[in-house]
Design a protein around this ligand. Structure first.
Ligand code: R5P
Length: 263
């Protein structure tokens, strides 16, 4: 890997632990102003110091993030559809690599929709983006999206999707945690981070999800709703960092969360 590519990846996946806590706030690109992300700046600003990287679109980056930040940016560059449109899978490249360079991003993120009628389109666009990323030294994060078909989140499907993304040249991949997650990790030659998904019932569920993913080989999380839809988002992200970077147990994360939420 070239120096620039390695350096950008090292800004996201911290070399001292080999792990990362990415904060996902890109949801508006197809969901609009979802709960607790109505005013992105209000949500993002207090969490920024605790995130190893932040994943968002160029619109929210320019409008809602202070350019003096040192938090690395992972720029969402796929989209073009909406939650009420005909297909969530019909994504194209919405932001070019030149713009990503202009915004000084550490990586770009692109969703692929394996098993849908847009499989070919999204895989070819991922490949084009990777070619450009190689040219500029910008890593591409592939997101193994499932759209509304949540039942697809099993090890068989996710192994297939992650492996294809790695074969096409994605430098790291965002996927879902699932039963037998180690199968997904072991058949994927590049690092995996997990999404949090919709808000879980308890904080303990989120810590358990994070703990299990790390134990089974994920290098971290790219988490959104389970952090910023919490009543105590700052305590939440710190407790998750405790698991990801310090190998804390679920109980230790919970204890930290309880001690911080009262402050
Ligand atoms: C999916 O690609 C979305 O854009 C989010 O980035 C992703 O789902 C992670 O956020 P959450 O933890 O809320 O699922």
């Amino acid at each position: 890997m070239d120096w620039g590519m390695k350096n950008r990846l090292a800004r996201i996946i911290k070399p001292d632990t080999g792990r990362t806590v990415m904060l996902a706030v890109d949801h508006g690109y197809f969901l609009g102003p979802i709960t607790k992300l109505e005013d992105p700046r209000k949500t993002i600003e207090p969490l920024l110091p605790y995130a190893d990287a932040i994943m968002l679109t160029r619109g929210v980056l320019r409008s809602s993030v202070d350019p003096n930040t040192s938090t690395p940016i992972v720029l969402r560059v796929s989209g073009g559809q909406s939650i009420i449109g005909p297909s969530l899978a019909n994504e194209e490249i919405i932001t070019c690599m030149k713009e990503a360079v202009r915004l000084n991003v550490a990586a770009v993120a692109f969703s692929i929709y394996i098993g849908t009628e847009y499989e070919h389109q999204t895989l070819i666009n991922l490949s084009k983006l990777i070619d450009e990323g190689e040219e500029y030294g910008i890593p591409v994060l592939a997101v193994t999206a499932v759209g509304k078909e949540l039942e697809k989140r099993d090890a068989r499907f996710l192994s297939l999707a992650c492996r294809i993304a790695a074969e096409l040249g994605a430098k790291f991949i965002k996927t879902y945690y699932c039963e037998n997650f180690e199968k997904v990790v072991n058949s994927c030659p590049v690092p995996l981070v997990i999404a949090g998904g919709p808000k879980l019932e308890t904080e303990r569920d989120v810590f358990q999800l994070t703990y299990d993913a790390i134990q089974k080989g994920a290098v971290g999380v790219d988490m959104g709703r389970n952090i910023w839809q919490s009543d105590h988002p700052i305590a939440m992200i710190q407790a998750i960092r405790h698991i990801v970077h310090k190998n804390a147990s679920v109980k230790e994360a919970e204890d930290l969360f309880n001690s911080l939420k009262t402050k």
